[in-house]
Design a protein around this ligand. Structure first.
Ligand code: NDP
Ligand code: GDR
Length: 370
């Protein structure tokens, strides 16, 4: 039985990857952070009480800033594969926490690589590093491929640049099987609530249900190449099953504006939007509501711009060229944008229907939206 260790197992990708590896017969170990509230929601369905039978799923307390903790876990687990997914992954937040982001997103993978080397596991343990399309930053050329120069535009991306190169360096210096997956944005119903796609699908559902009046966003012109996380974790696994360690771009090859994502999300609920104004004055309002269950009158403004969501330096255009992954890994995305939006909107609608029932019954519900 192969044994995998996943950092960031409580995140979006960690949850899908754990599910995938368990379905392939792996024993799966993950690192979770201690927090005052339970943070394992995304993987709770995979947990089996060891008193109730054999389990192949184990969680260990740890943190990417703590070398001795990582060494101890890797020594105990003796993993065949390590998936380095743990990170402070929010680009905008990295401008507010640049030093922490450098430590966890940059030096975190160095700590894992060193742990593997110190423990004499270099020949046994294969390592996947979660690199990112944010490395491309300021547009140099499109579509972006494995040979496109990097120009990071945030503390997050600069930290990930260090992580990318230290992974390459350990591969070259010590012959380690270490790969970078340069993944473009990938989303799902498990996506963190403050990334733009999930923020939009949550808000669209809540606005339709009368739980929230409006959605405030930043740069609607940014273009992203959005895929589904379920497809992208397949690619991570495939990279570690190859004969030689290499770096791969994983993307759909299609790019879309944030504005268009907004339009598609509301359309999924039968709400037709129109956009007017420019820059921070831009708004979207209801042109027609085709679903009589939602009491949204034409003319109602549902999207406005708020300056707080703009970044000091922005990545305007990402579109990936996944040719290498297609040819060498045999990888193809199974979701297109329409299917992704549909799945996310339907999941959020179901989630918030519960809140709508509670409110209709006079009960208070959490009002947190970004
Ligand atoms: P999430 O933000 O959903 O998950 C991040 C995970 O990292 C969580 O489990 C989080 O724990 C954990 N983590 C954060 N800080 C630490 C720390 N100090 N020590 C240990 N663990 C920590 O991210 P995704 O699942 O979306 O992304 C996975 C990885 O892929 C990240 O490295 C991200 O930067 C990268 N990436 C993501 C892309 C995307 O579009 N999703 C695209 C390209 C790269 P907790 O739950 O406790 O917060
Ligand atoms: P990104 O994802 O920065 O690409 O990083 P995010 O969804 O945060 O932003 C995408 C684009 O949308 C614009 N935007 C907004 N973004 C957020 N979060 N909130 C808003 O209100 C808003 N309005 C407009 C942003 O300016 C941006 O242009 C994600 C993360 O998962 C990274 O960890 C990963 O490396 C990259 O994708 C690939």
């Amino acid at each position: 039985m192969k044994r995998a260790l996943i950092t960031g197992i409580t995140g979006q990708d960690g949850a899908y990857l754990a599910e995938l590896l368990l379905s392939k017969g792996y024993e799966v170990h993950g690192i979770k952070r201690r927090s005052s509230l339970i943070n394992t929601d995304r993987v709770d369905h995979l947990y089996q009480d060891p008193h109730e039978g054999e389990s192949r799923f184990f969680l260990h307390y740890g943190d990417l800033s703590d070398s001795t903790n990582l060494i101890r876990i890797i020594q105990q687990v003796q993993p065949d594969e390590i998936y380095s997914l743990g990170a402070m992954s929010h680009v905008k937040v990295s401008f507010e926490m640049p030093e922490y982001t450098a430590d966890v997103d940059g030096v975190g993978i160095l700590r894992l690589l060193e742990a593997v080397r110190i423990l004499g596991l270099s020949a046994k343990t294969r390592i996947y590093q979660a690199s990112t399309s944010e490395l491309y930053g300021l547009v140099q050329q499109v579509p972006q491929s494995e040979t496109t120069p990097f120009y990071p535009r945030s503390p997050y991306a600069v930290a990930k640049l260090y992580a990318y190169w230290i992974t390459v360096n350990y591969r070259e210096a010590y012959g380690m099987f270490a790969c970078n997956g340069i993944l473009f944005n990938h989303e799902s119903p498990l996506r963190g609530e403050t990334f733009v796609t999930r923020k939009i699908t949550r808000a669209a559902a809540r606005i339709a249900l009368g739980l929230q009046p409006r959605l405030y966003l930043g740069n609607l012109n940014a273009k992203r190449d959005w895929g589904h996380a379920k497809d992208y974790v397949q690619a991570m696994w495939l990279m570690l099953q190859q004969d030689t360690p290499e770096d791969y771009v994983i993307a759909t090859g299609v790019t879309t504006t944030v504005r268009e994502f907004v339009r598609l999300a509301f359309a999924e609920l039968g709400i037709e939007l129109a956009f007017s104004g420019e820059g921070v004055k831009e708004q979207a309002w209801v042109k027609a509501c085709h679903n009589p269950e939602y009491q949204l009158l034409p003319g109602t403004v549902v999207v406005q711009i708020a300056e707080q969501y703009f970044r000091p330096t922005e990545v305007e255009l990402l579109i990936g060229d996944p040719t290498k992954a297609r040819h060498q890994l045999g990888w193809e995305p199974s979701y297109d944008l329409a299917a992704l939006v549909q799945e996310m909107v339907r999941a959020d609608l179901q989630l918030f229907q519960r809140d709508a029932y509670l409110q209709a019954g006079g009960h208070a519900t959490a009002n947190a939206y970004e």
